[in-house]
Design a protein around this ligand. Structure first.
Ligand SMILES: Cc1ncc(COP(=O)(O)O)c(C=O)c1O
Length: 398
């Protein structure tokens, strides 16, 4: 199929729910992707934050090949070594209070499990979420997702969900009651433009949950696995949740969702309460074990912290030079550059120059590159940004 055919086929046959970039990606290696003509792109979108260990990471590919030639499918009603190895591995890297794991196939499913087990354990009906939150688009996850644009066509959503203003602990204190089963929060809000929790806020959220006997769910789907410069974004605040949701790059690009919780919480699920045919399949488990090993062995968490500092100081410098930049923020390699105008033309210019970026809303550029990037990639990204921002500024003000 030629390039136009692929675009026509997708545009004509795929459900029309994705904002498309006008490129067809053919192959990837580490932080680079190529289209069919051989044009190269530096991938700072990182597969929407999935390519944590880079595209086609050789250790992950090897693990997938080995597992694929042995066994890909083994329902969790039977035992399997790849699954057992992954269970030990994931519990090694989450806070020691976590004791049991549920495996699914996406971030939204990881959230579904968290919401259900919180209701089951507490026997309470209500869930409190934050304004600006994003937890996915299945009905449960969507009920905890704030943006009316995603919700309005599908109402009524699940009963018992309410939203409190993000970063306002006194409002949270009023909203969490003896009827609240859980508070769900992203330790760094991603979709809404990389919003950082103010100092002390997550500790206040923890205290309020404890006072009212509600569970605390951290959605680390975007912020976890080293992205923020710590293994879990929650570590920046020192707060330990009761339940954690993990997905995106956990299996190096193979779809997987993981929910971990305190043993007593997850043990409140009884036989058949929550299952998934493909959840915990050996292929995803083997890929996830290789991914976690790679993150630890290559110290990607520290690399994310270091490269993130370089990138964000480049953004701050640009902010001083260019009045179209309103703000830059984030931690590690979860960063945002907020402009005073729509970012779409800028995104397209960057694309032409070989830099693939992501947006948040209309006026925010989001950066979720692989955690494997080095100085050369940070420098190139800043160079291209400088070029496209200067050009945009000239076009607007000269
Ligand atoms: C914080 C957060 N939660 C949940 C999700 C949903 O994950 P998925 O798209 O895999 O269902 C996402 C996806 O971007 C996310 O960023």
């Amino acid at each position: 199929m030629n390039e136009m055919d692929v675009q026509n086929v997708e545009d004509g046959l795929l459900a029309p729910v994705y904002q498309k970039f006008p490129i067809e990606i053919f192959k990837g290696k580490d932080f680079t992707v190529w289209d069919k003509s051989g044009k190269e792109y530096l991938d700072f979108m990182g597969g929407y934050g999935v390519a944590i260990v880079g595209h086609c990471n050789p250790s992950v590919v090897k693990a997938i090949n080995e597992q694929a030639s042995r066994l890909m499918i083994c329902h969790s009603s039977m035992y399997n070594e790849a699954r057992a190895i992954f269970l030990r591995k994931i519990l090694d890297v989450v806070p020691s209070q976590m004791g049991r794991v549920y495996m699914s196939n996406s971030g939204a499913e990881a959230v579904e499990c968290a919401l259900k087990v919180a209701k089951k354990y507490t026997g309470r009906k209500n869930i409190v979420a934050m304004t600006g939150s994003y937890h996915g688009k299945t009905f449960g996850a969507l009920s905890a997702t704030w943006n009316p644009k995603y919700r309005s066509s599908f109402e009524p959503l699940l009963p018992g969900f309410s939203f409190v203003p993000y970063a306002d602990s006194s409002e949270l204190e009023k909203s969490v009651t003896e009827e609240t089963g859980a508070v769900i929060i992203e330790p760094i809000q991603g979709e809404s433009g990389v919003l950082m929790p103010p100092e002390g806020y997550l500790r206040e959220v923890r205290r309020i949950c404890d006072d009212k006997g509600a569970l605390l769910i951290f959605d680390e789907i975007q912020s976890g696995l080293g992205r923020s410069g710590r293994f879990w974004a929650s570590e920046h605040s020192g707060v330990i949740p009761d339940i954690m949701c993990i997905a995106k790059g956990i299996a190096g690009g193979v779809p997987m969702g993981v929910t971990v919780a305190r043993d007593d919480i997850m043990a409140s699920f009884k036989l058949g309460d929550h299952t998934s045919t493909n959840g915990g399949n050996p292929l995803a488990c083997a890929a996830a074990t290789a991914t976690l090993d790679f993150i630890v062995e290559k110290d990607l968490v520290n690399n994310a912290a270091k490269m993130g500092k370089l990138l964000s100081s480049g953004f701050s410098d640009m902010g001083k030079e260019h009045r179209i930049i309103r703000d830059s923020r984030g931690q590690g390699l979860m960063l945002a550059l907020e402009l005073r105008f729509e970012v779409k033309p800028l995104l397209m210019d960057a694309l032409k120059k070989g830099l693939l970026l992501l947006y948040s809303g209309r006026n925010i550029l989001r950066f979720l590159p692989p955690l494997t990037i080095g100085l050369a990639q940070v420098t190139r990204c800043l160079e291209i940004l400088e070029e496209v921002i200067s050009a945009e500024e000239k076009a607007r003000f000269n």
